[in-house]
Design a protein around this ligand. Sequence first.
Ligand SMILES: NC(=O)c1ccc[n+]([C@@H]2O[C@H](COP(=O)([O-])OP(=O)(O)OC[C@H]3O[C@@H](n4cnc5c(N)ncnc54)[C@H](OP(=O)(O)O)[C@@H]3O)[C@@H](O)[C@H]2O)c1
Length: 227
Amino acid sequence: MKNFLARTFGKKTPMTNITIIGNGNMARGIATRALAAGRTVEILGQDAAKAQALAGELGTGVASGTTAAAPQGDIVVLAVPFEAAKSVVTGYGDALAGKTLVDITNPVNFETFDSLVVGPDTSAAEDIARLAPAGANVVKAFNTTFAGTLVAGESGGQPLDVFIAGDDANANTVVSSFVSDAGLRPLVVGPLKRARELEGFQFVLMTLQANPEFADFNWNTGLKVTN
Ligand SMILES: NC(=O)c1ccc[n+]([C@@H]2O[C@H](COP(=O)([O-])OP(=O)(O)OC[C@H]3O[C@@H](n4cnc5c(N)ncnc54)[C@H](OP(=O)(O)O)[C@@H]3O)[C@@H](O)[C@H]2O)c1
């Protein structure tokens, strides 16, 4: 608790609802939506200065610190690359028990940009869940929402769909509530193994952003179900 107080810049300590691990593009996007949802936010990075810089950019009352500290949020978002997400979860161990762990990673092979680094019988989310402590619930979410669209809260003038997959109904509800409070539409698509399809499809969407035939996509598209 003492460390947490120190991380809040001496202001009255807010209850942290959401801890975001990482201080990159997705950390900025998800933190922006979390603040819009009225949640309190803590940014934990591997570099205290970078985490503090993002927290300061997001506004007053956003706490920051390093991943040397245990996350305070009930929801912990792993806004880091897949390999780093595995190390973070392993490193925290039992400090994650009881948390809802949100895996947003896309395990793309960036050397070839032609496949995922996980096989067809698993997913990044399931690999991460195998490393999580008992009592932590891993939920796949936000892997199909590009960072810039999260900052904007929309794509093409429409609210983003956030596809959610997880094995624990309560954890899925916790993430769905966050998503709808953030002005986005939650779509719970099934158990955690549906992350295989979400990760595969997002890989396809990423190849389209990188395709010169679709130059106007520019990482600002949204994957949406219409009716
Ligand atoms: N960008 C998108 O539109 C998008 C969309 C959906 C999903 N995703 C997924 O979201 C994740 C983050 O992507 P991003 O675009 O935000 O990447 P990014 O801008 O490169 O940020 C990555 C962040 O991870 C941090 N990091 C790396 N290793 C770490 C470790 N061991 N411990 C703590 N922090 C660590 C980096 O810290 P430093 O700054 O100190 O290096 C950086 O803050 C990835 O898994 C990606 O697949 C991205």
